[in-house]
Design a protein around this ligand. Sequence first.
Ligand code: CP
Ligand code: NVA
Length: 306
Amino acid sequence: MTLKGRDLLSLADLTAEDIQFLLTLAAQMKQGLVKPTCHQVLGLLFSKASTRTRVSFTVAMYQLGGQVIDLHPNVTQVSRGEPIADTARVLDRYLDIVAIRTFRQEDLQEFAHYAAIPVINALTDLEHPCQVLADLLTVQESFGSLTGLTLTYVGDGNNMAHSLLLGCALTGMNIRVASPKSHQPLPKVVELARAIAIANTEITITDDPSMAARGSHVLYTDVWASMGQEELAQARIPIFLPYQINSTLLASADPNAIVLHCLPAHRGEEITNTVLEGTHARIWDQAENRLHAQKALLSSLLGLVA
Ligand code: CP
Ligand code: NVA
């Protein structure tokens, strides 16, 4: 299996086999069983804030022996209006691989169209595929396998909801997304998830968090206002409060359920402090797994492993 030279703009760019390959490789790298090396250079083009993604990509590349250039739009000509197509064609000549965090998925796609090097989605308004690779690794570590488990996402039908829909569909995990009717995942992503789902995977979109959480193996949430939506945050609190992960919701899940959150978290909003700091949470392992999953991804896209 080789992913050499490919882009990861959406989780749907991967097949079920690709994901299993990456998760196995990430687990082997985490145990120190596989240690590829490289001398290549990763560029980070981030137009939004980031702690985990920025640092885990940087450390992953350093551990592989490569180098990283952190390119903020303010220190390049991007902020002065140089077109994406021109930036992409130039950076393509210097860098070996690039991770981009931006707003519009279309901007990411345009960059990838003009750059031959692998382009990785490090979060857009539409998707956050690298986060979901780490999430799947965390679930696999907790339960031994993925197929047949049920993951419940409660909250905003945002980039996290979208990539979780696709990731669960490709790994045979049932997924229930519970969001207010006004903030459900985009129908085109739900349709894509249904189209690529492996046999018997159930995909449920509802506005009923209690029904969605019942008997679930994984409870997942994310902020109610994503980056770029800060001015909507206050108005959204009363709309989303019924979708909080708290002890009551957790009690209705499977007794061995784990709780995940991509972070950063707003305690008292989408998740209570009690649950976030409680025994069911696997949130710090999940954050650590960003490093292992992305090291596997970088190694694969750079052709260091096959
Ligand atoms: N979960 C995540 O992507 O975190 P950062 O925004 O800190 O990178
Ligand atoms: N939905 C959040 C995820 C942050 C990792 C955002 O886009 O801001």
